[in-house]
Ligand binder design. Structure first.
Ligand code: AMP
Length: 503
């Protein structure tokens, strides 16, 4: 009976530990047994879910994993819901994916109460799904659609990114090969499990490799440090914002505690950062804190991971390395021509890891591919053999006075100003300049900075056309669910004009 590779691999590791979570410790045998029960419950007497969508709202942990695997084993498409989303966001995903079943954890079921009134959907609690009797499970081909992840809606409403089992296998195996995952690995997951980073790079890679995935229900800096200090972990993966929070916690700790935290990190074999550009300052501070040079990689919900710094060899801050195994990457100019080395271009990607389609949006799917290459909308340049991300075509690349400038590059420089704690640079429409370079700043406590002071300082470090001509000071930068700065919100602040200095 053909099973998806993830299940086949689990059968080779039956008595090894698979998941450690608030619910307890579970072996691969436990995971296979529990997911078979979930599958039986979802099938509800039918032979195969035949790619019907199964949404689930379950906190990160063993039950989450059993439900996800159960959906796959019954032939359904898994639609993980974000545990912190308000109802309208959940409703959008459930409706857009046309979920036939919604599974909820009792702690979160209240959020889904309005679902109970919807006659066309079956509502299940996790206890019911995990308590079902045996059933024979269908054969699952790797060509089946397996997962829909909704990408954060920086442009319009979120789109459902559909991946097949073959795509997921390619995404996981690429990272397992590049980062040398083995069954001896033990990773701590603190990432949300409705996003590719946590689902594929952490959970699926760990379980495909026969390793242990230890899951905390949510990120909390003290709890992460406590767990790291207890030892036994080999891997850790997070977004730059989380590393910054871990750094702040470490800096506030006593010297004795700092030593213990640093010593525990040094026993781990790899720490990875991605999902957003990691400021060079975070990479440098993390090296002091942990002894690790963070391995920065680049990827996207639609493509899995495409570029990575090396596991062995030099990891260059500010760079995202070279194509991962199985990924073809090219840089293309506005005319669709591959650019010469050293010239910036849009990243386009090909490979079996690349997603199948946007759910229910054939037009958007077609538009996002050129001759079989997926157009990421991200702009990069290859320098000294490594890719450097310059920003997104839409927001982080600013056209001002005819010059193309990278918002990320300016931010990197502004972050080295002693008064600046964090910042975000955007292009704001301007009749004279096309766009004006505009900086939203978060200042260190008790610091004051005016636009003329900032400009005088920045002119020393940046070409004149890159120096911000508008600025505002904020208490914090607006961020989305996964901690990424929401630049459209900053553009709107500048457009509203309140508290803006201009020259
Ligand atoms: P998501 O689909 O939510 O993972 O977001 C993917 C986007 O995050 C990419 O298209 C990039 O714009 C951005 N991204 C991911 N990794 C990096 C990185 N290492 N450096 C800069 N941007 C990144």
């Amino acid at each position: 009976m053909p099973d998806i590779p993830l299940i086949q691999a689990a059968r080779q590791n039956l008595d090894r530990p698979a998941v450690i979570a608030s619910e307890g410790r579970f072996s691969y045998r436990d995971l296979l047994e529990s997911s078979a029960k979930v599958a039986a419950c979802l099938l509800n007497g039918s032979a195969d879910l035949e790619e019907r969508r199964m949404a689930f709202l379950v906190p990160p942990g063993f039950q989450y994993t059993a439900v996800q695997w159960g959906i796959w084993r019954a032939g359904g498409i898994a639609v993980p819901l974000c545990v912190s989303h308000p109802w309208p966001e959940l409703e959008y995903v459930i409706d857009d994916s046309d979920a036939a079943v919604v599974v909820a954890h009792p702690e979160l079921a209240d959020k889904l109460k309005p679902i109970l009134e919807q006659k066309n959907r079956r509502f299940l609690m996790t206890a019911e799904a995990l308590g079902a009797g045996p059933a024979s499970l269908p054969d699952i081909s790797v060509n089946r659609r397996a997962l829909i992840l909704y990408t954060s809606g920086s442009t319009g409403k979120p789109k459902g990114v559909v991946t097949t089992h073959r795509n997921i296998e390619a995404q996981a195996m690429s990272l397992i090969a590049a980062w040398e995952w083995t069954a001896e690995d033990h990773i701590l997951n603190i990432l949300p499990l409705h996003h590719i980073h946590g689902i594929i790079n952490v959970l699926t890679c760990a379980l495909r490799a026969g390793a242990v995935c230890e899951i905390l229900p949510r990120f909390e800096a003290g709890a992460v440090w406590e767990r790291i200090t207890r030892g036994g972990l080999t891997l850790f993966m997070a977004v730059p914002t989380i590393y910054a929070k871990l750094i702040a916690f470490w800096e506030a700790a006593s010297a004795e505690r700092q030593n213990a935290m640093t010593a525990a990190c040094s026993k781990m074999r790899l720490m990875v950062s991605g999902s957003a550009a990691s400021p060079v300052s975070v990479i440098e501070k993390w090296q002091t804190v942990s002894g690790h040079v963070l391995l920065e990689r680049y990827g996207m919900t639609e493509i899995g991971m495409a570029l990575s710094n090396p596991l062995h060899g030099e990891r260059r801050p500010g760079y995202v390395g070279t194509p991962l195994p199985g990924m073809k990457v090219r840089l293309v100019d506005e005319n669709g021509e591959t650019v010469k080395p050293g010239t910036q271009g849009e990243i386009q990607v090909k490979g079996s890891a690349v997603f199948a389609e946007y759910w229910g949006k054939p037009g958007a799917t077609k538009e996002s591919f050129r001759e079989g290459w997926f157009c990421t909308g991200d702009v990069a340049v290859v320098e000294k053999g490594g890719y450097r991300i310059l920003g997104r075509k839409s927001v982080d690349i600013i056209k001002t006075g005819g010059y193309k400038v990278s918002a990320l590059e300016i931010e990197e420089v502004l972050r080295t100003h002693p008064c600046i704690k964090d910042c975000a640079v955007v292009g704001v429409e301007d009749p004279e300049w096309g766009e004006r370079v505009s900086a939203a700043l978060v200042l260190n406590e008790r610091n004051v900075l005016t636009l003329p002071e900032l400009r005088a300082w920045a002119r020393e470090k940046l070409a004149a056309y890159k120096v911000p001509t508008r600025m505002c000071v904020l208490e914090d930068l607006p961020r989305n669910q996964v901690g990424k700065v929401t630049k459209p919100a900053i553009v709107n602040l500048f457009k509203a004009g309140k508290g803006i200095e201009s020259c």
